[in-house]
Design a protein around this ligand. Sequence first.
Ligand SMILES: Cc1cc2nc3c(=O)[nH]c(=O)nc-3n(C[C@H](O)[C@H](O)[C@H](O)COP(=O)(O)OP(=O)(O)OC[C@H]3O[C@@H](n4cnc5c(N)ncnc54)[C@H](O)[C@@H]3O)c2cc1C
Length: 482
Amino acid sequence: MSQTLEEQLLVNGTNHQLAKRIQIPLNMPKHPTRSLQFLDELNSQPTKVTVPLEAKVKLKIIVVGAGLGGLACTIALARRGHEVVVYEQTAVLGEVGAGIQIPSNSARLLHSWGVGTFLEPHVVEPNGMTFRRWEDGSTIGYTKLVPDFRKNFKAPYYVVHRAHFHDALYQRALELGVEVRLASRVENYDLSKPSLTLRSGEVIFADLIVAADGVKSAARKLVLEGEDKPPQPTGFAAYRATVDVEKMRSDPAISWLLEKPSLNIWIGEDRHVMTYTIAAGKSFNMVLSHVDLTDPSTWKPETAICDMRKEFSGWDPRLVKIINLVESTLKWPLMMGTELKTWIAPSKKVLIMGDAAHPMVPYMSQGAAMAVEDGGALATVLSLISDPEEIPRALEVFEAERMKRSVQMQQASLLNGTLWHFPDGPEQRLRDESMKPEVEGRSFSWSANQWSDPVTQWWAYGYDAEEAVEAAWNDRNASKDP
Ligand SMILES: Cc1cc2nc3c(=O)[nH]c(=O)nc-3n(C[C@H](O)[C@H](O)[C@H](O)COP(=O)(O)OP(=O)(O)OC[C@H]3O[C@@H](n4cnc5c(N)ncnc54)[C@H](O)[C@@H]3O)c2cc1C
């Protein structure tokens, strides 16, 4: 059913009286516009915890994996009234000692789910993101995050220590009454019942099983009926490291990086270094990406620091100074998945999500954000059904919407690798030229910087996973109407 203009405006939270004053023929086709954006401001409350739509059909749902994706999904489902139990193989919960960006499309959902209370004490909200030339650190691109992202996308853009993010999700899940069972490795699934068998031999049944079991997902192969399509190496690897900011403060050549909370990324041929402060400003986080065609099984942790320094020798002397302060580092292979034929088992009772479904290179800083969106979309679409018979249809709508979004994000992430890693030469010069207006504060309609490019920006950060899947559900039902 098509909506009147008034209804469309009300859906966007716009004031009723104002909507009435706008005289546009209601049968006019909708054109893409943001000229009514200003009206949204009337009712917008960016960090409000919203009252969730209670699911009409309450389900018993198992989530496999208590990573960032599994826990986010758990929260989204539990707040709709489903009974959720999480099974995690590790005995102690945790995340690697590194940072993570929480872009606005994810932060908006997390805030509305009540995660903000647990997250806020630990986050840093960077003022902006500066792209720097590899050789001397000169500014070649700039995205203003504060206040622009809050204003435009109704949510902040955060960076945080992974352990703090993970713990915030865990605390919120517990607050919602979720049971998280640790040291509970899932050994097998029965896709038709559905049920799973733990290493202990215990068999557990549910209405739905959501496997958020990461890049090496065992559930993915089952869902794909035995023909797994695991992510492939990209020929890139990343060193991850943190530096104590106190060590940086004593050196004026690098202490300026701590003056304002910011993201700084140095880009050059086949390499880049993404940096920002985490742990409420106490630690400086670095992800150092580079070409590496060797087999990860041959990597030696004891030579990692030395190898990392060699990779970036000759880069901006200030960056090299910081790299020299790193005391330990971990090297990660960067893997990339492609579109899978499905995320849902034929029984329509088991599905995969998060990195299990759509691993991507971290160049858009959106991998975990996509998992958060998956959780929001799944919980929303399940809250719209009025009968368990509708679960398969809900999952199909979820899959179609989420596949489209995450495959596009996989591509956008890869594209950054291309854009950032040009050798010095004509392409690099034209790229830098395209980012000049944003550095000089001039207006622009496109940019090679995907954080700044207006079209990419609205697609990446303005997207609302819950609204999108609800619209897709309504469209699907409308198209089925006689
Ligand atoms: C260098 C780097 C930087 C990144 N930066 C960002 C960023 O800035 N922003 C962003 O949004 N994303 C970023 N990402 C991506 C992000 O880290 C991942 O997308 C996200 O952590 C995936 O979460 P997940 O829960 O799907 O998987 P995982 O974190 O892998 O969790 C899977 C969980 O399942 C458990 N498990 C697996 N098998 C079983 C089993 N059989 N039984 C029980 N439990 C099981 C595992 O123990 C684990 O806890 C980055 C990634 C990398 C490599």
